[in-house]
Design a protein around this ligand. Structure first.
Ligand code: FAD
Length: 402
């Protein structure tokens, strides 16, 4: 089995890449480990940056989000000093987010790709990317990479390609296949864990809510008129089901200071997940004919909602570079792909780190055994955001930017 480009993974990165390659007449195939139903129902991101919407618009992929999503431009910090509301859509460059659940975007992209006649194999797990001739490591000369897969019936199959695009996330085969020493992996643990919740209830605020509290961070993010995402800073190692629903809602009320600012609308918890706020960057995003995009290239803590946006940006850049290489024999774009993406990735990592420090008193202890120092820095950051228009503009520009 063969294709000019084998794309691993049908998330936002893999699907945008597949659509753009297919539309440019490139022979490509997407291999996806999970079922179609699974990728279309996996709830994750919700806030799309203006640049992401521009990319999707440019390629006719934004109908669904314009029809069913909504614009959003306000966030609210809740602290012991009261509320700080920032209409970030009117600050900085005057840009807003579009709120549109990632699973709906993925459904739109998949429908579009299939409508174009695009090839995709579900239940097909990539096991290793290797050199087609030697069967080991990844091809370093860009000539003949191959992907070994486990097919739905369990049999191994081999795909050969001219290029492989690893869009299969942090734990995918693309990263696993990079030979030791071929790339650098920069890893950072923010030292914070979140319990992510999806609640069957309308949003309780007309803003993204960030509560900074002695007991830990709590967050509120609209998804649809009937579903809201909440986050609770969580003790690392504690399972997601450790608390009954009542206790979770009581804790959200407490940290969101419902007594001062109004009650939260409670509802059934549809989904719970625990994740550590860690991040990493693979550098460079290329090894021979294997290219990384999206979470496979860099994982970001979700505090600043950048991951899906970077995935779409990188997919567009990689599609242009692969198309030039395959149709015009022009490999300049492939040569600069990694550096161009890394500039965006490090910018997003920097702001995500800033945001993470703003929202959490870190668990690092000072010499006096308390966390006074970090809590004081946190208050100082917020005071600056409250009082400085320049700082507010900087925040807005980075918050919606990719
Ligand atoms: P994925 O969406 O992870 O897709 C990878 C695909 O590869 C999957 O379908 C997987 O099944 C498949 N796969 C994996 N291994 C293999 C294999 N070996 N073979 C074949 N297929 C394989 N980002 C934002 O921009 N805004 C937000 O508001 C936001 N909120 C988030 C909230 C949460 C709770 C989480 C967890 C993440 C959030 N993110 C957000 C991040 C965002 O969801 C990811 O960055 C985004 O999904 C990355 O897209 P991707 O296509 O690179 O990877």
């Amino acid at each position: 089995r063969s294709a000019d480009v084998v794309v691993l993974g049908a998330g936002p990165a893999g699907l945008v890449l597949g659509i753009l390659l297919h539309s440019a007449g490139i022979d490509c195939v997407i291999l996806e480990r999970a079922s179609r139903n699974h990728v279309q129902t996996r709830a994750r991101a919700g806030f799309l940056a203006p640049n992401t919407v521009r990319i999707l618009d440019r390629h006719g992929l934004a109908d669904g989000l314009h029809r069913h999503g909504h614009r959003h431009g306000t966030c609210e910090f809740r602290t012991e000093d009261g509320r700080l509301r920032l209409d970030y859509g009117a600050l900085g460059q005057g840009q807003q987010h579009h709120v549109y659940p990632q699973q709906k975007l993925v459904t739109d992209l998949l429908t579009h790709y299939l409508g174009l006649g695009g090839r995709i194999h579900f239940h097909t797990e990539a096991l290793i990317v290797s050199d087609a001739d030697t069967g080991t490591g990844t091809g370093t000369d860009g000539a003949r990479p191959s992907v070994t897969t486990r097919e739905p019936d369990g049999r191994p199959t081999r795909w050969t390609a001219r290029y492989v695009a690893g869009c299969d996330g942090r734990y995918g085969a693309a990263r696993r296949s990079l030979p030791p020493g071929a790339v650098r992996r920069h890893h950072h643990d923010h030292g914070v864990t979140w319990l992510g919740l999806l609640a069957e209830t309308p949003p309780s605020l007309d803003a993204v809510g960030y509560a900074i509290h002695d007991r830990g961070f709590a967050g509120h993010m609209a998804r649809t008129p009937d579903v809201t995402r909440y986050y609770l800073q969580w003790q690392r190692g504690t399972p997601a089901d450790a608390w009954p629903e009542q206790q979770i809602w009581d804790e959200l009320d407490l940290r969101m200071r419902a007594a001062d600012h109004g009650p939260l609308r409670r509802g059934r918890l549809l989904e719970r997940g625990v994740f550590d706020l860690t991040c990493d960057v693979v550098e460079p995003l290329r090894h021979g004919s294997l290219f990384l995009a999206g979470d496979a290239a860099s994982l970001l803590a979700p505090a600043a909602a950048k991951g899906a946006n970077l995935a779409v940006l990188e997919a567009e850049m990689l599609a242009e570079a692969l198309t030039a290489a395959l149709t015009r024999n022009d490999t300049a774009g492939l040569d600069t792909y990694s550096d161009q993406c890394l500039a965006h990735i490090w910018r997003a990592q920097e702001f995500t780190g800033w945001m993470t420090r703003l929202l959490h008193a870190t668990p690092d202890r000072d010499h006096d055994g308390g966390s006074f120092f970090h809590a004081a820095l946190q208050r100082s950051r917020l005071a600056s955001l409250r009082t400085s228009r320049v700082h507010q503009d900087w925040f807005a520009e980075n918050y919606v930017g990719v």
